[in-house]
Design a protein around this ligand. Structure first.
Ligand SMILES: N[C@@H](CCC(=O)N[C@@H](CS)C(=O)NCC(=O)O)C(=O)O
Length: 209
């Protein structure tokens, strides 16, 4: 059985979605994010980054990094369709956008939500937040442009990259209201959130959207 260390509206969402899509037997361990449970033991003994999520595999191995988790699940459950066929151009595109979101969009979000980490100037974080938001929006606008030319991030087939994007777009501080400006992403979010494996967990994570 998989064990997912989880908190609401965090990166744990996409991994939970992948487990549900794969019908993988799993349990959630709910962390008290607001009170910083992820920053203290015993959690940091399991995941020394103190970040959420963590996925413990059935053999007890500990996996961190959301993209590593969804790529691994797509290999273990190849028939689930989390990703297009191995070796295909579409799969390459799914890798491209998953890595783009994890290394760019996600970090812009962190700059907005944790600005104090990006300065030695104490309380003076307004500029850092503003830059984080601007970069986050630029990154979403870029993907909205891609989705103006093709149905999903990997091509014509929905994949876990689209679920990742739906999560990223819900992290915009204006949530759905901002998405009305990005109608291609809005369309993809609609497809993702109505998938049977995701419908049940969407509201739990994104009650505002
Ligand atoms: N690169 C990591 C980032 C994980 C991450 O930053 N998670 C956020 C929640 S969405 C977190 O734990 N933030 C708390 C913190 O950084 O203190 C991944 O993809 O798993």
């Amino acid at each position: 059985m998989y064990k997912l260390y989880w908190a609401q509206s965090t990166g744990a969402f996409v991994v939970h979605a992948a487990l549900n899509e794969s019908q993988a037997s799993h349990e959630l361990v709910v962390l008290d994010y607001d009170n910083g449970e992820h920053k203290s033991e015993p959690y940091t003994r399991i995941n020394p980054t103190g970040e959420i999520p963590t996925l413990v595999l059935p053999d007890g191995a500990v996996l961190t990094e959301t993209v590593a988790m969804v790529l691994h699940l797509s290999e273990v459950f190849p028939d689930t369709g989390l990703l297009p066929a191995p070796g295909s151009q579409e799969r390459a595109m799914a890798y491209r956008w998953l890595l783009y979101m994890a290394t760019k969009t996600y970090t812009h979000d962190l700059r907005y939500y944790y600005p104090e980490r990006y300065t030695t100037q104490g309380e003076r974080t307004d500029g850092i937040k503003a830059v984080g938001l601007e970069l986050m929006e630029r990154s979403l606008i870029l993907m909205d442009g891609i989705l103006g030319k093709q149905t999903f991030l990997a091509g014509e087939q929905v994949s876990i990259a689209d679920t990742y994007l739906a999560m990223m777009s819900m992290w915009h501080p204006d949530g759905n209201a901002y998405l009305h400006k990005l109608t291609n992403i809005e369309r993809v979010v609609e497809v993702v959130r109505s998938r049977p494996a995701i419908r049940e967990i969407w509201d739990q994570n994104f009650p505002q959207g």
